[in-house]
Design a protein around this ligand. Sequence first.
Ligand code: DHB
Ligand code: MG
Length: 231
Amino acid sequence: MTHPQANLTQLQTEAAQRSLIERELTARFAPEDEVLRDAQARASAAGMPAIQISPVQGKLLQVLATACGARKILEIGALAGYSGTWLARALPPEGRLITLEVSAKHAGVARETYAQAGLADRVDLRLGPALETLAGLTGEAPFDLIFIDADKGNYPGYLDWAVKLSRPGSIIVADNVIRSGRAFQSPPPDESAEGAAAYNAKLLANPRLLSVAFPMDDGGLDGFAISVVLP
Ligand code: DHB
Ligand code: MG
């Protein structure tokens, strides 16, 4: 029988290894520049929660945007402009990121980030409740990549719009579909877990979407779902 203390030591060692690996991967594959570091600092100074995606997630968004030849990207939830900066940097000069944000305060911080990044001409921030803004975007569709990272309760509604505003080959990414496993409990114990669970179920029930999800952020306790829209 294993001594409980030995188990704890092993768990601590594994957690330390995971954190070291994440640091090394970030340093090698997704180092942040001053703009990205300042975006975090600006968010923190404005009293905003530190809930932006990780650098490796940002880099993955760039890889996906480049893989689908993205010229038009839609983001739901701008927060401080951190993910938007990763995304817009993957666009060609004539490309556009339309990003939706409900909070005027967050929008102000995000605009400062885009300006510092020299991306103000490539990023179009639309202030307001996303479900209302989305209904007015059909004339600007299709989007090549859609990134959902906003209020989790509305994720199923955001997915409906993402599919409507896409084309075959578009990529739809959503953050926070695991929620420390709460998205797999039945019933899900809170509104955000419920939104994530409904989102995952909806993805998997849609024959036009080829989807996968995996742990990425919060030390593997949350993560992305990635879907490609089939013909
Ligand atoms: C929360 C939101 C996020 O988008 C995230 O990545 C982590 C946490 C939140 O609202 O708690
Ligand atoms: Mg998130």
